[in-house]
Write a protein that binds this ligand. Structure first.
Ligand code: NOJ
Length: 475
């Protein structure tokens, strides 16, 4: 059986993107609550004030997850719902929401996997310097302790920070995400270093506070490349490209964000306890000075390697400087956000990340946006999304057949939701949301995903006699 019986079939969301109830029951404002109110920052001024109203409709949502057969649900906690000032008094009503949600999930036999930080920093902490403040790792540690103390009797799986490449790159360098800052390179790298330290302190806090043995990871963007051919030199070129860090050409916000958009600068400290040599060279003169002991804090043992992977570059070997990034051939498929559709990237990304970091792999996000309107019967026939899921999972299937330890796959997203600066214009969901009525409608991809999960949860089929090859269960 290609997919192991205990494979984690999941789907993911994040607090600000779905919860709504932005100022209810004592929740404090986050940087996204305030950023969305600045004219021109999000598509048509959209906000997450109501979003999918998951805060009030979580029971219906969990029932839908159950009908898909999800084994796990990756959700994030809104920091300012728990600690309205970010650091200080606890909002019991905020905790109570996550208590109820987790109980509902467990009742439905769905394991909650919790992300502690998915970009909605409490506004009060932003006014004290946000991730640029040397206190930010301490704030995050304290918040982690509160959450873990209260939820770890029922939650075993934890992620610390989601996609630092984005909340630092787009939030602090390019200014396209909250809080909309355009900082200097040195400041961005300092804020990034603080976020990595915050991760380390959070992992230590989880292990200290957890009621039972926790399993911990992070969910950076898995920026990776795939080889043009399966010749060894191209495979090596793709591996080099996956871990490359390049110098910004100038210090414009766009270039700085581009330089921060890499894997190794963010992953090597977590898993190898040091910044990559290539990065130290490329960012020379702007890297913050820090004591040796920082890297000991950052480099905590983790239980799995999580990454959000949507697409990859295609590269070929180049004898002069290692690799050349190829433009996709004319007419290659792209999604509605212009991202290339590169199904085998989960295989190549999983392989390269496992070879370097040696941990079991969890695909913490993978999904396809589209601009969709229901047909006259109110249905969404999103066959391209169903095909997308199957084709990407074939990469995981190939990896498993070759012995790569893929542990799980979380589709992004369970619901259509607030796609940050794109507002509600892009839909990633297995479930359609009518933003006027807030009614939910499972799309075709939802039943296809349910079928894949069901097929792979059945008794192991026997290998075909002649070939003794395992049949694919994605067909
Ligand atoms: C990554 C982020 O974690 C998530 O919040 C976002 O919606 C998806 N990718 C799609 O862009």
């Amino acid at each position: 059986m290609p997919f192991p019986e205990n494979f984690i079939w999941g789907a993911a969301t994040a607090s600000y993107q779905i919860e709504g109830a932005h100022d209810q029951d004592g929740k404090g404002p986050s940087i996204w609550d305030s950023f969305c109110r600045i004219p021109g920052k999000t598509y048509q001024g959209h906000t997450g004030d109501v979003a999918c109203d998951h805060y009030h409709r979580y029971k219906e949502d969990v029932a839908l997850m159950k009908s898909i057969g999800l084994r796990a649900y990756r959700l994030s906690i809104s920091w300012s719902r728990i600690l309205p000032e970010g650091n200080g008094s606890i909002n019991e009503k905020g905790i109570s929401f996550y208590d109820r949600l987790i109980d509902e999930l467990l009742e439905a036999n769905i394991e909650p996997w919790i992300t502690l930080y998915h970009w909605d920093l409490p506004l009060a902490l932003h006014y004290q310097g946000g991730w640029l403040s040397p206190n930010s790792p301490v704030w995050f540690e304290k918040y982690t302790r509160v959450v873990v103390k209260r939820l770890s009797d029922r939650v075993r799986h934890w992620f610390t920070i989601n996609e630092p490449q984005v909340f630092i790159g787009l939030g602090y360098a390019k200014g396209e995400h909250a809080p909309g800052w355009k900082l200097s390179f040195a400041e961005c790298l300092q804020a990034g270093h603080n976020a990595l330290l915050a991760h380390g302190r959070s992992v230590l806090a989880i292990r200290e506070e957890a009621a039972s043995d926790p399993l911990i990871g992070a969910s950076p963007v898995g920026i990776c490349a795939r080889p043009k051919t399966e010749k060894l030199i191209d495979i090596d070129a793709a591996k080099t490209a996956t871990f490359a860090v390049s110098q910004p050409k100038d210090h414009s916000p766009r270039e700085l964000q581009g330089a921060l958009w890499n894997s190794a600068w963010w992953m090597d400290p977590l898993f190898l306890g040091k910044y990559p040599e290539s990065g130290l060279k490329a960012f020379h003169g702007f890297v913050p000075a820090f004591p040796e002991s920082d890297m000991e804090v950052v480099n905590q043992p983790l239980d799995f390697f999580g990454a959000n992977i949507y697409h990859g570059l295609t590269v070929e070997s180049n004898p002069h400087n290692g690799y050349t990034i190829l433009n996709p051939p004319e007419g290659s498929p792209v999604n509605s956000m212009g991202w290339d559709i590169t199904p085998d990237i989960l295989y190549w990304g999983g392989k390269f990340f496992h070879e370097r970091y040696k941990l079991p792999i969890v695909i913490t996000e993978n999904g396809m946006p589209a601009v969709e309107i229901p047909d006259e019967n109110g249905q969404i026939d999103d066959t391209p999304r169903a095909e997308f899921i199957k084709s990407y999972l074939r990469g995981v299937e190939r990896g498993l057949k070759e012995g790569l330890p893929f542990m799980g796959y979380f589709y992004w997203s369970f619901l259509d939701n607030f796609e940050w600066a794109y507002g509600y214009s892009q839909r990633f969901g297995l479930t359609h949301i009518d933003y006027k009525t807030l009614s939910r409608m499972p799309k075709k991809s939802s039943s296809e995903y349910a079928r894949i999960i069901r097929m792979n949860s059945l008794e192991s089929p026997s290998p075909t006699e002649e070939t003794s090859e395992m049949p694919s269960l994605l067909d």
